[in-house]
Design a protein. Structure first.
Length: 649
């Protein structure tokens, strides 16, 4: 309590965790406080110069904290109350765990001194936290400072991840260890120690031999490779070796580079390129970044992770060799030995462009509606090249992720490991806080927005320049594609009623508009980018093309060979148009090129193919069989952006 207007000193645990966060560079805490110790943390944070951001749900707050960590490289922090608060945060904690992001989850708890008496809101919070976090640490008492410092250290230790901190000044806390405050297992996805000295010499020699023998090596770039962006660009630029990126690694090689070959997700869209490779080298690829599917390429796969996997950890890449060595050593080797190959000229760029063409061919929309591909291309054409975009899980991501061009890492954000819905809007809030004044684009389906709709008020209250693009088709479209005709429910399992997200957003104080055509979308974007607060663009989309997009991304259509690595352009064109299968595709009259489409063609540079083709090719496609695979330049981007960290404060 406050007596005579004087602020009492913070409890030892509260002071310790705030000090540990401030010392690590954290400048923002997200969350929803309860009473008592939660409010003490808010007060102590303010005294220490840390900003508190009030949210509407604990899961959204934790996703914001994880995104803050992703963009700044310092621990994110979230404040929740005991019982329902920590329980509600579990989804966000799981996201941080599987995307390897350092987050400190500060939770109130039933004090140990009262544990025999209190039952209200009393759960086994330590057990709950250990199910999803790297560790659970109790902070309080005489050793609070050491425990708080250990919590931050654990969160940052590679691979990074969330740590739950239980605030209890009635307990005697110790440094986390087996059977006490921390689990013996370092947590979901945690790996072993990094290699040292000459221990990796044999693996380095193995990689060198493989590179000397390979005629068509292909590179897979994962999230852990971002820290080595400058070296990777120097090694690959001009080499002609195609490089595929996981979702989280996008931008290591800018899309303007000839070696940037598109995405690798574990689906089938990358199959034409990887099936032509005789060696596949993964740099910093985390198995959690890949969707559940088989790995069945004839070329040997070699994974360089920088640290050995845990004993007994599942191996996604069937038959792969794990090479334990520092990533810089592998990158240096690639730079000096990886340029002798016989890939066709610009094979990576050809593969990426073929992906765009296939997606464009699947674009179709009825009167008064937009194709998802049109939405992605139009928004990209009218937004700054370096703006941050966030993408929610759902059918729309299969169109947005391949078509959204990036120049740097961490400019295209998605929940990769957990693939949770309800990610895009909270992530956009955090991204806008990290880069005040810069526009942030949030792509979300109506299902995902429904889970986090109240955070529009957060964006309004904070006057954040967020443009929310809602793919509104009143359905869980990705699940609807997978739903069998019988035995898995009907429309009641996947269809929503009509909702005007524009009117809902307006009720919370945001600007909003409904769009049904390219010109309307372009006009709405122009207005949104001149606005200081958030804008919700309610795009009415036609889901008719989603089954074909799914088939191209994760079904048999993706396996069809394309021109580039091993086929002529004529043969590839026949396959892309459906003629190779002997089944003529119904071709409705092609839409005339819109004024926006003409502008996209005029603007086309290295990436113009994406923007033009999606607008130009509006053809219908029959629904093909779909494999039910779950969805799941100058600046050194090695360390997460200091520009974000400075701005967030």
């Amino acid at each position: 309590m406050i007596d005579n207007g004087r602020r009492p000193s913070a409890p030892a645990g509260v002071a310790a965790i705030v000090t540990a966060l401030a010392s690590s560079g954290t400048q923002v805490i997200f969350g929803i406080p309860g009473g008592g110790p939660n409010l003490d943390v808010v007060g102590a944070a303010a005294t220490a110069g840390l900003r508190f951001v009030l949210t509407h749900s604990e899961s959204a707050a934790t996703i914001m904290a994880a995104t803050y960590a992703d963009l700044t490289g310092v621990p994110g922090a979230v404040l929740v109350t005991r019982g329902p608060g920590l329980a509600s945060a579990v989804n966000g904690i799981a996201h941080a765990a599987l995307d390897r992001l350092p987050v400190i989850v500060i939770a109130d708890t039933v004090r140990s001194a009262e544990a025999d008496r209190i039952s209200h809101q009393r759960l086994d919070l330590a057990a709950l936290g250990r199910a999803v976090a790297k560790a659970v640490v109790t902070v309080g008492g005489s050793q609070a400072g050491d425990a708080a410092a250990d919590a931050v250290r654990l969160a940052l230790t590679p691979p990074a991840g969330p740590v739950v901190v239980l605030m209890d000044d009635s307990s005697v806390c110790h440094a986390p260890g087996p059977g006490r405050n921390g689990p013996a297992d370092p947590g979901p996805g945690s790996l072993g120690p990094r290699p040292e000295g000459s221990a990796f010499g044999d693996d380095l020699a193995t990689l060198a031999r493989a590179l000397r023998m390979a005629r068509r090596p292909a590179i897979l770039l994962g999230h852990d490779a971002i820290a080595h962006t400058t070296a990777i660009r120097a090694a690959l630029r001009g080499s002609g070796i195609p490089a595929l990126h996981t979702y989280r690694a996008r931008g290591i090689m800018p899309d303007s580079e000839a070696e940037a070959a598109g995405l690798v997700t574990g689906g089938t869209m990358e199959w034409p390129l990887l099936s032509a490779a005789d060696l596949i080298i993964g740099l910093g690829v985390d198995e959690a970044e890949m969707i559940p599917a088989s790995w069945e390429y004839r070329g040997p796969t070699m994974l360089v992770t920088g640290y050995p996997a845990k004993r007994g950890q599942a191996t996604y890449f069937t038959g792969a060799s794990e090479l334990t060595m520092p990533l810089p050593a592998a990158i240096d080797l690639l730079a000096v030995t990886g340029r002798r190959h016989d890939w066709p000229h610009l094979a990576g760029r050809a593969a990426r462009r073929e992906t765009a063409q296939r997606l464009a061919d699947a674009a179709c929309a009825g009167p008064g509606m937009l194709a998802p591909q049109q939405v992605a291309a139009t928004v990209r054409a009218h937004t700054p090249d370096d703006c941050v975009a966030t993408v929610d899980a759902g059918a729309h991501m299969l169109a947005v992720m391949p078509l959204w061009e990036v120049t740097e890492p961490r400019r295209l954000l998605i929940s990769s490991g957990l693939a949770t819905m309800g990610f895009a809007l909270p992530a956009a809030v955090a991204a806008a806080i990290c880069a005040p004044g810069q526009p942030v684009i949030a792509f979300t389906g109506d299902g995902g927005l429904g889970m986090t709709l109240s955070e529009i008020e957060t964006a309004v209250r904070l006057a954040l320049r967020i443009v929310v693009i809602v793919f509104n088709d009143a359905a869980l479209s990705l699940i609807k594609i997978k739903q069998l005709a019988a035995g898995q429910g009907g429309g009641e399992a996947v269809d929503y009623g009509p909702v005007s997200y524009a009117r809902t957003a307006e009720a919370m104080g945001a600007a909003a508009v409904v769009v049904r055509a390219e010109a309307e979308l372009a006009s709405a974007l122009a207005a949104a980018l001149c606005r200081d607060g958030p804008t919700v663009i309610d795009a009415l989309v036609d889901p008719a093309g989603y089954p074909m997009v799914m088939n191209l991304s994760r079904g048999e259509a993706g396996r069809q060979l394309a021109p580039g690595p091993s086929q002529s352009a004529e043969a590839g064109g026949a396959i892309a148009s459906g003629r190779a299968a002997g089944k003529p595709r119904p071709q409705p009259p092609r839409r005339r090129l819109s004024p926006l489409g003409i502008e996209l063609m005029r603007r086309s540079m290295c990436s113009g193919y994406y923007r033009c083709e999606v607008q130009r090719r509006c053809r219908g496609n029959p629904t093909g069989p779909v494999h039910d695979r779950r969805s799941g330049g100058g600046v050194d981007s090695g360390r997460p952006g200091s520009q974000f960290q400075a701005a967030a404060g």
